[in-house]
Design a protein around this ligand. Structure first.
Ligand SMILES: CSC[C@@H](O)[C@@H](O)C(=O)COP(=O)(O)O
Length: 374
């Protein structure tokens, strides 16, 4: 995607030095576009934990480069296994992280230590290229669904999305936002209701920023507004991304997604989930019981960060500050994801096509997984 007419991915190797890894600091967006340089596996782990990089596919891709950085310092078997385990544990819910580390190890275990660094960079680059191709295919498959609605509605589609599943959450394109970008580029009058997505506001900050830069009409809403809009016929479809889909089609995504699925179900609004196959966890069935939900620091609920606005503070307008929301002494809790049961999901939009959120649906697109799932 482009920033000031320059095409960027969300992660890349610095072309000047040929080895450090560059990312946008997503804790600073949209107020400031800061590019970070990561040169050790520990720096990568820190970037993932603090959500300087976030979004399921992107943290997998960045972690893969993290392992390449680790191998530059020590390419022995012991160091490789240790650093891989450390990177895989930086966040628990998104399965792409463990998938990417698993793929790197599968490739590198058979490579002699002196050849591992180059092999690791090559494999991480392949993961990135494949993610871009998968998201582009997801965009095309989701576009068919949006085109059908537009054909019925005089070229208009209103989509609601939650959190950020755009290009900044993947290597490029995004999952949930890829069909929206393509619909907009094709001249469909697409408008997006953007859930702010408390507590970290990935919708209000990142999705709104992405859509705005691409010229896609959008409106940021409080997280609680979606049900009301659906009751009044203002939402044609909900499309969200996901951090993990079980083989039976249960969907883990940013906290609050489940409530949107319930409201969509009650109002007959299609609820679609967009994902690359790297987000499917074939080893588990019941997402509510089996997916580990990340519990983040309660301070993310108890405070909010943003630039000061006038008129009270004209001199300091624009200065980014953190403001306390919760009185001292009140406890806060911060489960970061929830699980939407498959029965509430209208369809899964993957790189291979759209399927029912069920084991049979997923296996119809990924028949090679039949044995794993059995
Ligand atoms: C294509 S990203 C899909 C999901 O990863 C996204 O919706 C989400 O929940 C991200 O959570 P985050 O905590 O911001 O990493």
């Amino acid at each position: 995607m482009k920033i000031d007419n320059v095409a960027y991915r969300s992660v890349w190797v610095d072309p000047q030095d040929g080895w450090t890894v560059r990312i946008f600091d997503q804790t600073r967006l949209p107020w400031s576009i800061d590019v970070l340089r990561l040169s050790t596996a520990d720096e990568v782990a820190h970037a993932i934990r603090t959500m300087q990089v976030r979004g399921a596919p992107l943290i997998g891709a960045v972690a893969a480069y993290g392992l390449a950085l680790a191998l530059r310092e020590d390419a022995s078997d012991t160091a490789m296994e240790r650093e891989a385990a450390m990177l895989a544990e930086t966040r628990p819910t998104a399965i792409n992280l463990r998938w990417a580390i698993g793929r790197m190890l599968a490739r590198l275990r058979g490579v002699a230590p002196h050849s591992r660094v180059q092999a690791a960079y090559d494999e991480a680059a392949a993961i990135c290229d494949e993610d871009v191709a998968q998201n582009e295919a997801i965009g095309r498959n989701g576009l068919s669904l949006l085109s059908e609605i537009a054909a019925r509605r005089g070229n208009r589609v209103d989509v609601l999305t939650h959190c950020n599943a755009g290009w900044i959450a993947t290597v490029d394109w995004g999952t949930a936002l890829a069909p929206i970008y393509m619909a907009h580029d094709q001249g469909i009058d697409v408008h997006v209701w953007v859930d702010e997505t408390r507590p970290r506001n990935q919708g209000a900050l990142l999705t709104a920023w992405e859509l705005g830069r691409h010229g896609v009409p959008h409106t940021v809403i409080a997280d609680n507004a979606g049900g009301h809009l659906m009751q009044h016929g203002k939402v044609d479809a909900v499309i969200v991304g996901t951090d993990r889909v079980t083989r039976q089609g249960d969907v883990a995504n940013k906290i609050g997604t489940y409530l949107k699925a319930l409201a969509a179900h009650d109002n007959g609004v299609p609820f679609w989930v967009a994902l690359p196959s790297t987000t499917i966890d074939w080893t588990i069935g019941d997402g509510v019981r089996e997916i580990e939900i990340e519990e983040r620091n309660a301070d993310e609920v108890g405070a909010i960060t943003g630039p000061l606005v006038g008129p009270g503070d004209v001199d300091r307008e624009g200065e980014v500050r953190t403001i306390r929301l919760v009185p001292p002494g009140s406890r806060a809790a911060n489960p970061a994801f929830d699980v939407t049961p498959a029965r509430l999901v209208s369809g899964l939009i993957t790189e291979r096509g759209v399927c029912a959120a069920s084991e049979a649906g997923l296996l119809s697109l990924f028949p090679e997984r039949r044995q794993t799932a059995a």
